[in-house]
Write a protein that binds this ligand. Structure first.
Ligand code: HEM
Length: 458
């Protein structure tokens, strides 16, 4: 089927003529980080600037992303100080915030357990959870209003919890982990993206007492769960069990308990809000773009005929996959990747000094006019199997280079299974008068909620 009408363009903040500077820019970025970029930023390939005493380099082309994240990974592997400080109380030395030898060791344990080859073991949890949510929606009185963003948050949190700790994890334990995480995120919410742009390192970053208390609560719950899993001999597939079986590279010993805990928490944090946001955005877009929704419905009817999607159905769901990939182009769940140079480097032919902050903003790169045709329009055909693939480092929802997301296949497959299963169960309409606009926190969300009306499929 081909598109004859103009493609749908989902919302984005208006672009100012010129960007603000200094403290004014900081104030604006605090309010809305996505709104600070003038139209010219979506055409530039590299931006070199100084911000609050620090060199800042923004890589905004496939070539410069390749230079920073692949070729010079050794120099630009460290997360920015703001990022590390905000997450350290929760993640400890977890691989998400570590670098150097420790990061390499942890990565070698965590990458294989979250690899695509684990999907046959891990995907049934996705199907089960999506099917039970779909059944709950189908049973609602027609027209019931739900918060689709919160619903997707609960769904993906349940999936990641059961993936990490095993399918048998009780609903109570899952709920405790989820609520403690939500509390932590609320508390560090003040550590907004603006500060990642480079406030001086000597400025204390207040991770407040309540956030630390929430982190301790999470540590307690997770430690308890790990003990139970490792003591019980059920042999049920879980990431914890796989990590327990893995050996620290170059030794014959497993990771210690504290490392287990930190990595379990990394996986929970990295693996749930990201997928939740993709799903919420996809539901919103489909509610607006009826042509794409109709194409999806035809594909689902042909491939699934009403039953929940399984990982083996993926080859029959190319359009569902294209919807998810195009959604992540327009609304990359992690809109900003920030690094700090640990030595001198070179980007776009210019020297970059030790200490500089190097940013890659998928928000800019995925809408760069030099990389994309009609960059702001929703055109899933770009990602259909017969379309040319986008430039390798021009589409990076999962980052790129040695620090690329270890769970990228898990996240992608989860989003496709959930979208396919839910979209068959009900049609969602945006509640009249709702204004949807992207907001960047640590992840890119459609505001603080997404009120949608659940209507039966006829
Ligand atoms: C649609 C879903 C997902 C998206 C868009 C996503 C995106 C990302 C991105 C952009 C990064 C790099 C951040 C940076 O460099 O600053 C990352 C890192 C990571 N992600 Fe994902 N992720 C997703 C799902 C998952 C899942 C399901 C898991 C695990 C089960 C996972 C595990 C990780 C880990 C362990 C890292 C840290 C890697 C490292 O620092 O070496 N992610 N993810």
């Amino acid at each position: 089927m081909s598109h004859s009408a103009a493609p749908y363009t989902p919302p984005f903040p208006p672009r100012p003529e010129r960007s603000e500077r200094g403290l004014k820019l900081l104030a604006q970025a605090r309010r809305d980080w996505l709104a600070i970029w003038p139209a010219s930023a979506f055409r530039r390939e590299t931006i070199f600037t100084r911000f609050l005493f620090r060199d800042v380099v923004i890589c905004n082309s496939p070539e410069t992303v390749h230079q920073a994240f692949v070729e010079q990974h050794e120099v630009f592997q460290r997360k920015s100080p703001q990022h590390r400080q905000a997450l350290k109380p929760l993640l400890g030395d977890g691989l998400f915030v570590s670098d150097g030898k420790l990061w390499r060791e942890r990565r070698r344990v965590v990458a294989p357990v979250t690899h695509a080859s684990r999907l046959p073991d891990l995907a049934p949890v996705m199907t089960e959870a999506a099917a039970s949510r779909a059944a709950a929606w189908a049973a609602l009185p027609p027209g019931t209003v739900i918060d689709a963003l919160a619903e997707m948050g609960h769904l993906t949190a349940e999936i990641i919890c059961r993936t990490i700790f095993g399918r048998g994890l009780g609903a109570d334990a899952a709920a405790t982990v989820v609520s403690a995480f939500a509390e932590y995120q609320r508390e560090i919410g003040q550590t907004d993206l603006a500060s990642f742009l480079g406030l001086p390192e000597w400025l204390p970053r207040p991770v407040n007492r309540r956030a630390r208390a929430a982190a301790r609560r999470i540590h307690g719950v997770v430690d308890g769960l790990i003990e139970t899993i490792l003591a019980g001999g059920s042999g049920e597939a879980s990431l914890i069990r796989s990590m327990a079986e893995a050996r620290v590279p170059g030794t014959d010993r497993p990771m210690d308990r504290r490392a287990f805990r930190n990595e379990a928490i990394v996986l929970f944090m990295a693996g749930h809000e990201t997928t939740a946001n993709v799903l919420a955005w996809a539901l919103f877009i489909l509610s607006q773009d009826r042509a794409s929704a109709a194409r999806l419905e035809a594909e689902l009817a042909a491939t699934l005929g009403g039953r929940p999607a399984q990982v083996t159905d993926l080859p029959g769901l190319p359009f569902a996959r294209a919807v998810v990939e195009e959604t992540m182009r327009l609304y990359p769940p992690v809109p900003l990747l920030s690094r700090q140079a640990i030595g001198p480097g070179r980007i776009a032919g210019r020297d970059v000094r030790k200490g500089a902050v190097v940013l890659v903003a998928p928000w800019l790169l995925h809408r760069n006019t030099k990389v994309w045709d009609q960059p702001d329009a929703f055109i899933p055909d770009r990602f259909m199997p017969d379309a040319p693939r986008p430039p390798r480092h021009g589409y990076i929802p999962f980052s790129t280079g040695p620090r690329v997301c270890t769970g990228q296949q898990l996240g992608l497959v989860e989003a496709i299974i959930c979208l396919a299963t839910l979209w068959q169960a009900a049609r969602l309409d945006l509640v009249e008068g709702t204004r949807v606009m992207p907001v960047a926190r640590l992840t890119l969300r459609p505001g603080d909620g997404l009120p949608m009306r659940v209507l039966p499929r006829v």
